[in-house]
Design a protein around this ligand. Sequence first.
Ligand code: ADP
Ligand code: MG
Length: 696
Amino acid sequence: MAMVSDIYGSMVFNEHTMQERLPSATYKSLLRTIKHGEPLEIEVANVVAHAMKEWAIEKGATHFTHWFQPLSGITSEKHDSFLDPVSDGRAIMSFSGKELIQGEPDASSFPSGGLRATFEARGYTAWDPTSYAFIKDEVLCIPTAFCSYTGEALDKKTPLLRSMDAINEQAKRVLALFGEPVERVVPTVGSEQEYFLISEKDYAKRMDLVMTGRTLFGYAPCKGQELEEHYFGAIRPTVNEFMKELDDELWALGVSARTKHNEVAPAQHELAPIFTNANRAIDENLLTMEKMRLLASHYDLVCLQHEKPFEGINGSGKHNNWSLSAGKTNLLEPGESPMGNLRFLVFLTGVIQAVDDYQELLRMSVASAGNDHRLGADEAPPAIISIFLGDELGAVVDALVDEHEYTDSGKESMDLGVTVLPNFPKDTTDRNRTSPFAFTGNKFEFRMPGSSVNLSDCNMILNTAMAKSLKDFADALEGTPKEEFKTAVFAYIKRTLRAHQRIIFNGDGYAEEWTREAERRGLSNKTTAADALPCFVEPKSIALFEEFGVLNETEVRSRYEVKLEKYNKLLNIEARTMKRMVRRMYLPAINTYAAEVANNINTIKAACPGADTEQQDELLRRLLSGIREIDTHLRALGKLHHETLEIENEQEKANTYAHEVIPVMEKLRKAVDDLEVLVDRDHWPVPTYNEILFYV
Ligand code: ADP
Ligand code: MG
């Protein structure tokens, strides 16, 4: 059997392969592009393209593709073969520098939010050399950004890269003040991906799962997750085989899949990779999601990546672990020395300011129809953003804000006004799962993203908001005389923490009391995507993105449109699927069963006049009144859905779905679910939660 170290990265054109395959001058020049963002000369690109092609062909590749992330969030690819016919009837395999750097997909069908009229459909893709090319299914995949010909970003990656530049520039200014010049500061991300695996057989019989990714109906199973037997439990053999193949495939692609385990809900699992730079981490997460979906079919399984496939059962999230790395230094690692700690406090304060100031944007970045079922549903953080610091760090921050002496757990006191700061013990005790944004020792964990989301949006916002905090700091402190620097930094930190203290909350985020407390603190609480999205286009948000050159106003507006449209389209599909299932599956089945019960009553009465059929009569009555109830809600949904489709303004449409259509859908669901437990199992037209979740 091949060793993991042999497989690992074998399908990736990584730095090691580059060094091996490229002439030294080309390699150095490419590295300058990768590490310092220097422009790539066409001559260099030609040499790289040739080496890449030779390498790919040796590995069995026949095609290449520019791999990109349009605004739908999932990855796209169009395969071109290397084949180049020559005049004598033969063909050579070719791949030029130009083909490597730039592609022109006919991309008229990708969402652009009005940025690109169909008649001028052409956008272009541009190589992102900071994320390695790789071979997937005999195709050389080149990670690319996707822009319109007028230069507007049409994808998720471009603004993310721009935000990484912004944070790099500002963080370097801050580090320079500390006398620590570095080459580059990079945000790092580790994403934990949750998912469900269910049997293909059951899946195929559930129109709701097939059409919408979640069950629109279904009575709670006899047992849920209360026995807590699934979390970290032994992994089923088939699932284990699936996970092994997944690991192998991901390792070959250089994705460092590390931890895998069963999650809290039955049939739920998680995969966590080792973190890397934000850009590559997101590419890796998308690859992971794709591989999960594809490989599940090898085991007659289906991988569900929806945020809430089963009502009443925990949904799936994707924790976004985030930090800032300056070479070998993690800037969110409490330092060893007093000065190191001061720098740490500056970056910590920056995060607190960023998250408080742009809490609505962060909430917006994870808003989707699917995630609405998760946030605030007692399993995931609420829709209110707050920061958890833990006891140790919380005490340090309190001491700074209140200007009292800080005493750490070792009872050593220190004077915060002067230069000495303790080595804060690293808080490894964080198990406050109720916090949406938690400090976990040397990084922050943003726990709101849903399992299906592309993490580019939230990282783009986090990076840009943080760049703003760091810029404020640098603007205020640059020019301060050396001997006054520490005092000035302390004063700045105290001032800033005081202004943003409201965002810090170490208590139980699931408690009802917190909702009231958060309101008193003036924190935002947008419970639906329809309510959360408009903040994207508020002047404050646009000003932030424009200040750092991450998105211009047109790009922001187009993204907002795309998100709204997606929400409305999904809800339209859900409403339509519900109606169709009720009309064509549930009602016919329930009616058939009711008729059978009625026939039974007649048969019994004919055979045995005067027999006591009270139970059968009652059952029939309940079935008939249930049918009436279903019909009432079905009609109400039909009418309302129809009216909603007529609404032209997309925001108004989204509001109507969120606040009027969904409540009716919930009533219809309940009416059907109530009958699921009355109707004979053999008559029920779809697999039930019991069967789907506890398959063997
Ligand atoms: P938990 O289950 O407690 O949330 P895990 O160990 O499963 O923790 O996941 C932690 C994730 O955080 C991993 O993906 C890990 O690589 C990532 N991580 C660790 N350090 C950093 C860092 N400095 N920056 C970004 N992500 C990090
Ligand atoms: Mg986690």
